[in-house]
Design a binder for this molecule. Structure first.
Ligand code: GUN
Length: 304
């Protein structure tokens, strides 16, 4: 079998166009969606991601407020920035780019974000509500984007065996919760494998849908893929390539050429899951703004 490619770039562009339309309707109501983006320090990869996110916001009619504290900012000062964004009525979503420098407490910062503005879906309140099936809980952008890619292939997920490789708080863990939900595009039987899993191939070969989010190039080889599986590769890894202009190229966690011979569907890297992460973040931000009454609506409610 030769796999069909899942075009994340095109699907993400469709979602971004839908978001832009929703932002336009909101602006006409007097609510301009706003996202506060906090990037601590000068990690080059984080700088690239944040630039892509803020550019995508502006294209979709979402105001992005960039805050870039220095690497040596203290925990109280960072918490004060979060407090200020929590209190700002022009801000509907807050994103603190992770990872934070080692001296900062990520958990405390994440938990300081008002859950109603937690468009990253990392706050324990949102993670807990999502696990309990609350449709209004913000879902983390990357796993939500993966589910959307799977939905749009038309492959049946109900009763299917989904194998997830990776158990991070950002992808693997919430991915498993999403695929367990009683909803279209989920209702699956879920297995989560990870770095301690014995005989990883024996587990991944059971997956009718295989989602890999480890961050290790080539951890899944072709012979670890079930014939006819739908394969989603979340990994983005730089590998040296002297023939490339930048001296490196991006590859996923799955050996793409080998897996394509066995899978029915597969995501490329780049151009698969990556663009979906940004699109779903924008969708969460607009969703948050839609829950906010406009100044005129607040006034009308107050007067009677
Ligand atoms: N670092 C890697 N992915 C993400 C993400 O989706 N959100 C944030 N805030 N940081 C990240």
């Amino acid at each position: 079998m030769t796999a069909q490619m899942i075009d994340g770039k095109r699907i993400a562009a469709d979602i971004r166009a839908e978001v832009a339309e929703r932002a336009r309707i909101l602006s006409a109501r007097g609510v301009r969606p706003g996202l506060g983006v906090v990037l601590v320090g000068d990690d080059p990869a984080s700088q690239v991601y944040v630039r892509m996110k803020t550019r995508a916001c502006e294209e979709a009619g979402i105001h992005a407020r960039d805050i870039k504290p220095p690497t040596d900012i203290g925990q109280p000062e960072l918490l004060a920035i979060v407090d200020e964004l929590n209190a700002d009525p022009a801000i509907h979503g807050i994103l603190v780019q992770l990872p934070l420098p080692g001296h900062l407490d990520e958990r405390e910062v994440t938990e300081r974000i008002d859950p109603s503005k937690d468009v990253d879906g990392f706050h324990p309140v949102n993670q807990g509500r999502m696990s309990q099936g609350d449709p209004d809980a913000f879902r983390p952008a990357t796993p939500a984007g993966v589910q959307e890619l799977i939905r749009r292939t038309g492959v049946e997920t109900s009763g299917a065996h989904v194998v997830i490789v990776g158990r991070s708080n950002i992808v693997g863990m919430p991915m498993s919760q999403i695929m367990l939900q009683k909803e279209p595009g989920a209702n699956a039987t879920v297995t989560v494998a990870h770095s301690r899993t014995a005989d990883l191939g024996a587990v991944t070969r059971q997956g009718e849908i295989l989602i890999v989010a480890v961050g290790r190039p080539g951890i899944v080889r072709g012979d670890m893929v079930r014939e006819g599986a739908l394969v989603i590769d979340v990994g983005v890894n730089r590998v040296d390539d002297p023939s490339a202009a930048r001296g490196y190229r991006l590859v996923g966690d799955v050996d793409f050429d080998e897996a394509s011979e066995r899978a029915s569907w597969i995501t490329p890297v780049p151009g698969g899951v990556g663009p979906m992460t940004i699109a779903m973040l924008l969708r969460n931000t607009v969703m948050s703004a839609e829950r906010t009454p406009s100044a005129a609506e607040v006034g009308a409610a107050a007067s009677g």
